[in-house]
Design a protein around this ligand. Structure first.
Ligand code: FDA
Length: 410
C-alpha cells in the first residue's frame, strides 16, 4: 500500500510527487506515456518558459478567480527559480518576465526527475490506468501493470491540448465519476479561424505580422451572466499574425482564452496612435495617396487589403489623394482601423492549442490543498483544474504551485 498515487508525471504531477516523497511519504507516479513530460520538452520552443517572474492571480482565468491565490502565494516564481538555481540550470529572461532555459527544456525534466529520486518516488511508466476505485483504505487502481493501492490519489493528467502527445480528459472523467463538477473544457491559447469565404481576401496576407491591441466584446464591460470572466484586464498588446485560415500570434492566442463562440474580437490596428487626428492634420493640400500614407503604418500589402475591405462604402480609397477624401470618410476609416471587429468561426482546436481552459470546478476543491471537498483523499492539480494562465510561463507556474500545495498537504 502506497501513501500516495499520482496519475500523470508531467509538470504538476512530478512536483507533487517529489514534495510528498521528500516529506517521507511512499509515493508512486503513474503515466501512460512512453517519454517523460513531453509537454515540458516541447514548451517554449524547446527552451521551456518555466515561469513568469511577475505572475499574479490576475494572469489566470477561472470561474472562481480567487481560488489560485493561496497556492500561488505559497509557492512563487522566485521559489521555483531558487530550485532551478540549486540545480545549476542556466536561464534568461526573454521579455515581460518570461524566464527560459538557456540550453534546453530537458534540464527542467531532469531536475524534476532528480527531485523525485530524492523523494524515492516509485515509477510505473508507461502504464495505463483502467479503473479507479475507492474503498475504506483509500484508492485502488486497476492498471496494465497490475493493481496499485494508495491511501490518497492525485490526478495530474493535464488538459486535452495536443492529443497527438497523449493528452486526455482522464482527470475530468474521474472527477465526474466521483460527483465533482467540471467547467466545460475548451481549447485555449489557440489560433482563431474564420469561414473560408469571408477570410479569402486576407488569406494571401499569411505571414504578415504587426503589433496590435486586442480585446473581446464581452470583456469590455460587464460580463454577461454565465460567461466566464477573469479578473485580468483582457486587453492584450502583442503581435498578431495572419495565417491562411485566420489569425494567430501572441495577441490572438491570449485573447482566445477569453473568447466565446459567436462573439466578436476587436482589434486596434493602430494602437497608441490617434489616427483620425493624424489623417485630418496631414490632409490639407496633400497630394499623397491614402494607400501610401497608411503604408507607413503597416506592411504595404496589408494597408492595401485593409483599405479595400474596411470601408466598402468608399471604393478605391487607396488610390485617392488624401486632400480629396472627405473628413467624414477619414473619420470613419480611422475608427474602423482602431476597432476592427471580427467574428471568428472557431478555433484551430486542441491539435494547435497550448492549453485547455475549464476543467475540474475549483468550487469543489480546497484552495490550500487541492483536495476534493466531497471526496477526502482525492486531489486535482495542474491544467486539469479550472485555472488557465496567460501565455508567458504562467501555466507552468500554476502547475508548480498547485503541485507543491498538494504535495505539502498529502
Ligand atoms: P502535463 O500535460 O504537463 O502532464 C500530464 C501528464 O499526464 C502527461 O505526462 C501525460 O502523459 C499524462 N497523462 C495524460 N492522460 C493520462 C492517462 N489517461 N493515464 C496516465 N497518464 C496520463 N506553459 C508555460 O507555462 N510555458 C511554456 O513555455 C509553455 N509552452 C507550451 C508549448 C506547447 C506546444 C504546449 C502544448 C503547452 C505549453 N505550455 C507552456 C503549457 C504547459 O505545458 C502545461 O500547462 C503544463 O504542462 C500542464 O502541466 P500538467 O502537469 O497539468 O500537465
Amino acid at each position: 500500500m502506497f501513501d500516495v498515487a499520482v496519475i500523470g508525471a508531467g509538470a504538476a504531477g512530478m512536483m507533487a510527487a517529489a514534495v510528498a516523497g521528500q516529506r517521507g511519504l511512499r509515493v508512486v507516479l503513474v503515466d501512460h506515456a512512453r517519454r517523460l513530460a513531453e509537454k515540458i520538452r516541447i514548451s517554449g520552443g524547446g527552451r521551456c518558459n518555466f515561469t513568469n517572474i511577475g505572475a499574479t492571480p490576475a494572469n489566470f482565468i477561472s470561474q472562481n478567480p480567487d481560488f489560485c491565490r493561496s497556492a500561488l502565494s505559497a509557492y512563487t516564481p522566485r521559489d521555483f527559480l531558487d530550485l532551478v538555481r540549486r540545480h545549476g540550470i542556466a536561464w534568461h529572461e526573454k521579455h515581460r518576465g518570461q524566464l527560459f532555459c538557456d540550453e534546453s527544456s530537458e534540464a527542467i525534466i531532469d531536475m524534476l526527475r532528480r527531485e523525485c529520486d530524492a523523494g524515492q518516488v516509485s515509477w510505473r511508466m508507461p502504464c495505463a490506468v483502467r479503473e479507479v476505485m475507492r474503498d475504506a483504505d483509500g484508492f485502488r487502481l486497476a492498471t496494465d501493470q497490475g493493481p496499485i493501492a494508495a491511501r490518497r490519489l492525485v490526478l495530474a493528467t493535464g488538459g486535452m491540448a495536443i492529443p497527438q502527445l497523449g493528452a486526455t480528459d482522464f482527470a475530468l472523467g474521474v472527477a465526474r465519476r466521483f460527483g465533482l463538477k467540471v467547467v466545460e473544457p475548451r481549447p485555449a491559447l489557440v489560433p482563431l479561424t474564420f469561414d473560408p469565404a469571408s477570410w479569402a481576401p486576407f488569406a494571401e496576407l499569411s505571414g504578415v505580422a504587426l503589433e496590435v491591441s486586442v480585446r473581446c466584446a464581452s470583456e469590455g464591460g460587464k460580463a454577461a451572466p454565465g460567461k466566464r470572466r477573469g479578473p485580468a484586464p483582457a486587453v492584450f498588446i502583442e503581435d498578431l499574425l495572419f495565417t491562411h485560415r485566420g489569425l494567430s500570434g501572441p495577441a490572438i492566442l491570449q485573447i482566445s482564452s477569453y473568447w466565446n463562440p459567436g462573439e466578436a474580437i476587436h482589434i486596434d490596428l493602430a494602437h497608441g496612435r490617434d489616427l483620425e487626428r493624424g489623417l485630418l492634420d496631414a490632409k490639407p493640400g496633400s497630394r499623397q495617396q491614402l494607400g501610401t500614407a497608411l503604408a507607413g503604418l503597416w506592411p504595404k500589402r496589408l494597408a492595401e487589403q485593409l483599405l479595400a475591405t474596411l470601408d466598402p462604402e468608399a471604393p478605391d480609397l487607396a488610390a485617392r489623394r488624401l486632400a480629396d477624401v472627405p473628413d467624414k470618410t477619414l473619420r470613419r476609416l480611422a475608427s474602423r482601423i482602431h476597432d476592427w471587429a471580427l467574428v471568428p468561426s472557431g478555433t484551430a482546436g486542441y491539435k494547435k492549442a497550448e492549453v485547455m481552459r475549464g476543467g475540474v470546478d475549483t468550487r469543489g476543491l480546497n484552495q490550500k490543498t487541492m483536495e476534493a471537498r466531497a471526496v477526502p483523499g482525492l486531489y486535482f492539480i495542474g491544467e486539469a483544474v479550472d485555472v488557465t494562465g496567460w501565455l508567458g510561463g504562467y501555466n507552468f507556474q500554476w502547475a508548480w504551485a498547485s503541485g507543491v500545495a498538494c504535495g505539502r498537504a498529502l
